[in-house]
Design a protein around this ligand. Structure first.
Ligand code: IFM
Length: 446
């Protein structure tokens, strides 16, 4: 079974797993780390469903050697992790925390020693609180601060790290953090969110330039959360709603990343709230586009929210523990569309995975739903490769169960189960399946 699937992938295809600093590291105030906006947000009553913080989470800051050993056991070829900005620059700019840099230094060395290629994300949502106090992503000088941070990391790790992502999911940063307010910093204002999205674009460009200036051989990408947006019916209004959702989620972020202007239809739509300044068109395209895919969006026109779109959950589908529809063929469609519309040099699925209510029984975690989710989505990725998509890698979200933002640790996405009382790790059945697939692909692709 794994062998058939494995045959769909060429030699050198990268199999990985992804994590993010705030979700796994813990050690929130250790060794000179400064506070982040998530340290603050978790303390707002009601912000986190379980009332938890990421103070300890998976305690990866202390247990990283064990976690690297797990990667080896799984046979991963690549590992995507993020750097905690306030761990290396406690106040966001200025004084460097050498102990923080030492942590990532040692991690990179350990990965390379076992043949795992590091993919580093610079910003996976844990902004230094000191920068938030000066306006965070709403303040124009965040762009220079991000470029300084990017340069610091590229100079320190770039002799061993080649693959960089500036930002993870800027749409979530802008809108979950500044419009819906369910993520840090918990702002609820659409105009602010639009301004933030502009600063994120500027920061991506400045950060990419800083990495390239420090390390001319670096490969620089970004991880965008993308989904096919489909109308719920043949009604023209639903078609227009799907186009707006696509503009908001996909085109608003991908167009400028590939050096194009903001999409004209969305500039016009957003003009009710704010006029977004034009971006210069000369930006260098990314060396790879990271695509984070979880589900499609089926759209119905409504009076809801600034977009006038309601998301419909189709009947008869299956859903994950987060209520997200499982729809694997949409991953293929998305990859094909991304290739057609933006012509990236390379595409990498930088996140794909599912939350289920896993339990430990007889020292084992049987998670057949996650295994089928992965099998179906990896088959969709193979299908996309067959249709000419320059797909180079696939990263499961996530290596191990962790702090799932506003859901705390209640939602488990990992290939590895974490018992938060004991910090014991157990490879789930899905992790064993992934290991077999990786081994089978390496055996056939010679
Ligand atoms: O856990 C998150 C991750 O941090 C970003 N992408 C989506 C995942 C699942 O919600």
């Amino acid at each position: 079974m794994s062998r058939d699937l494995a045959q769909g992938f060429p030699p050198g295809f990268l199999w990985g797993a992804a994590t993010a600093a705030y979700q796994i590291e813990g050690a929130a105030a250790e060794d000179g780390k400064g506070p982040s906006i998530w340290d603050t947000f978790c303390r707002v009553p009601g912000a986190i469903a379980t009332g938890e913080t990421g103070d300890v989470s998976c305690d990866h800051y202390h247990r990283w050697r064990e976690d690297v050993a797990l990667m080896r056991e799984l046979g991963l070829g690549a590992y995507r992790f993020s750097v905690s900005w306030p761990r290396v620059l406690p106040r966001g700019r200025g004084r460097v925390n050498e102990k923080g840099l030492d942590f990532y230094d040692a991690l990179v060395d350990a990965l390379l020693a076992i043949g795992v290629r590091p993919f580093v994300t610079l910003y996976h949502w844990d902004l230094p609180q000191a920068l938030q106090d000066r306006g965070g992503w709403t303040a124009p000088d965040i762009v220079a601060a991000f470029a300084e941070y990017a340069s610091l990391l590229a100079r320190r790790l770039g002799d061993r790290v080649t693959d960089w992502m500036t930002l993870n999911e800027p749409e979530v940063v802008a809108f979950a953090g500044h419009h819906v307010g369910v993520h840090a910093p918990g702002v609820r204002d659409f105009t602010t969110a639009l301004r933030v999205s502009h600063h994120l674009h500027l920061a991506h460009r400045a950060g990419a330039a800083a990495i390239r200036a420090a390390r001319p051989n670096a490969r620089v990408g970004i991880a965008l959360n993308m989904s096919p947006c489909e109308p719920a019916s043949d009604a023209p209004a639903d078609g227009a709603a799907a186009t707006r959702m696509d503009g908001y989620l996909n085109r608003w972020f991908a167009d400028p990343v590939f050096g194009r202007p903001y999409p004209a239809d969305m500039l016009e739509h957003y003009a009710t709230w704010v006029t977004i300044p034009a971006l210069e068109l000369a930006a260098q395209p990314p060396d790879f586009l990271g695509v984070n895919y979880y589900s499609r969006r089926v759209c119905r026109a409504s009076g809801d929210g600034p977009l006038g779109v309601t998301r419909v959950e189709p009947e008869g589908s299956t859903y994950t523990a987060l209520g997200w529809e499982v729809h694997a063929s949409s991953l293929r469609d998305l990859l094909v569309r991304v290739t057609r519309d933006w012509a990236p040099r390379e595409v990498i699925v930088t996140e794909n995975g599912a939350a289920y209510d896993d339990v430990v029984r007889d020292d084992r975690v049987a998670d057949p739903e996650r295994t089928s989710f992965l099998r179906e989505h990896i088959a969709a990725a193979a299908d996309a490769l067959g249709r000419g998509v320059p797909l180079r890698g696939y990263f499961v979200w996530t290596l191990m169960d962790n702090f799932e933002w506003a859901h705390g640790t209640s939602k488990r996405f990992g290939l590895v189960h974490v018992d938060y009382d004991t910090q014991r790790r157990r490879i789930k059945d899905s992790g064993r399946w992934y290991r077999e697939l990786i081994a089978a692909q390496r055996a056939v692709a010679v």
